[in-house]
Design a protein around this ligand. Structure first.
Ligand code: PLP
Length: 425
């Protein structure tokens, strides 16, 4: 029996209506930007396997780093113990993160990185004798699926079933062109009218909302307002981190610095689940006390897993090579040229690019909802053509691994143009 048939018996997939979804593809091998299914069909992974994989599948350097660590010290508890991979990775991250970041808290995935950030923010004020428990977040934000992260997320069908059981969140629009003042005023109003602890945002690009891009100037202004009103800022760099926007972090475009930063996805080069919540010294100091109750009572069993830390360290070293930096620039250049072609296409709306991310909407009269019919037709069209892309409604985006070849990129562009012609009406 094929994998996809055996899968059906016991497996439950993410974001999947099993009655109507087509069977999952059984993948048996990956190398660089390519994946192969159990029938031997080849696919280009144009979205880096949900944004995790910058250096290609089955990367030798990362595999060696994992093997070396697994045979030295695979895991040890992090409560009361430490180890070199954690210390080295923390030192490395602090050297590349915005200069105000001083403390590294590990967990396992983007949602928990956000969960920890929100708990840090609320307890920061609690420890100072100030009860603040409201979060400000953008409309259509995505911060993950655990309760705190889900509350901060603004894509409603993810959260509908849990209404009334979530943390209080005030939503403001993203400061797209023309909406900068509206966003600023809504932020000021939220802080005036609620006990706000923190403002959380995906810096410069909202990933799951369909790669919505907004300006660094507008974000600087919002962070500035939050700071002057004494509330904390949380940059969720889970998608944008490690080169996606053309700089190491999206926050590197900013003059203002967030208090807390969340990292995951590309942190380990797409190999082992690991996440980081980093914070300033000032935040850490609010927990530093004779009183044990002021500690951050949060942890995960696999926290600071040595193998994850070792491979993350290797991934950052690969990111910092000239070769990788040149690859990011090369993809940016290709995207910019394709953007010009898209601008001339009458069926394309709002083409945009930042770093290795390129996105646009296809004009259509059909159902453009998140998992609507247009999305499904486009998805299937790309799969049939051997390209893994996951449109969001009528938004098509590319987020390729940095090692993708020019020929592979051109092929993706061509198939996208075909899709615009053939699928949409
Ligand atoms: C993917 C994502 C998350 C959630 O990460 P998981 O590892 O899936 O829990 C949080 N924030 C952003 C911006 C993301 O893109």
């Amino acid at each position: 029996m094929k994998l996809q048939e055996r899968d059906e018996k016991h497996l439950w997939h993410p974001y999947t209506q099993h009655q109507t979804a087509s069977k999952p593809l059984g993948i048996v091998k990956g190398k660089d930007a390519l994946l192969w299914d159990e029938d031997g069909k080849e696919y280009i992974d144009a979205i880096s396997s949900w944004w995790v994989n910058p250096f290609g599948h089955s990367n030798e350097r990362l595999a060696q780093a994992v093997y070396k660590q697994l045979t030295q010290l695979e895991h040890v508890l992090f409560g009361g113990f430490t180890h070199e991979p954690a210390v080295l990775l923390a030192e490395k991250l602090i050297s590349i993160l915005p200069s105000n970041q001083q403390k590294i808290f590990f967990s396992d995935n983007g949602s928990t990185a956000v969960e920890v950030a929100i708990k840090m923010a609320i307890q920061y004020f609690f420890n100072k004798g100030d009860q603040r428990n409201v979060i400000v977040a953008f409309e259509n934000a995505f911060h993950g699926d655990t309760f705190g992260a889900m509350a901060a997320s603004g894509i409603t069908f993810f959260t509908e079933s849990f209404k009334g059981q979530l943390l209080e969140v005030v939503r403001i629009p993203i400061p797209e062109q023309g909406k900068e003042y509206l966003a600023e005023n809504k932020l000021k109003e939220a802080i005036r009218e609620h006990k706000v602890a923190a403002f959380i945002f995906e810096p410069l690009v909202q990933g799951a909302a369909g790669m919505k891009i907004y300006s660094e100037k507008a974000l600087n202004n919002l962070i500035n307002i939050a700071k002057s009103e004494g509330i904390l800022t949380i940059a969720d760099e889970v998608m944008t981190g490690f080169g996606r926007t053309g700089k190491t972090f999206a926050c590197d475009y900013l003059s203002e610095q967030p208090d807390i930063i969340c990292l995951s996805k590309a942190l380990t080069g797409g190999t082992i689940p690991l996440a980081v919540t980093s914070a300033t010294q000032e935040i850490f100091d609010a927990f530093y006390d004779e009183d044990v109750n002021k500690a951050l009572f949060h942890g995960h069993t696999y926290m600071g897993n040595p193998t994850g830390c070792a491979v993350a360290l290797e991934a950052i070293q690969i990111l910092q090579t000239n070769e990788t930096q040149q690859n990011i620039k090369r993809i940016e250049e290709h995207h910019k040229k394709f953007l010009q072609r898209l601008k001339d296409n009458p069926k394309v709306e709002n083409p945009r690019t930042l770093g290795v991310i390129l996105a646009f909407e296809v004009k259509t009269t059909g159902n453009t909802s998140y998992y609507g019919s247009i999305r499904n037709q486009l998805y299937q069209f790309f799969i049939n053509k051997g390209i893994i892309l996951r449109p969001v409604g009528n938004t098509i985006y590319i987020l390729p691994p940095y090692i993708i070849t020019n020929a592979q990129l051109q092929h993706i562009y061509n198939v996208i143009e075909e899709a615009i012609e053939e699928v949409t009406t």
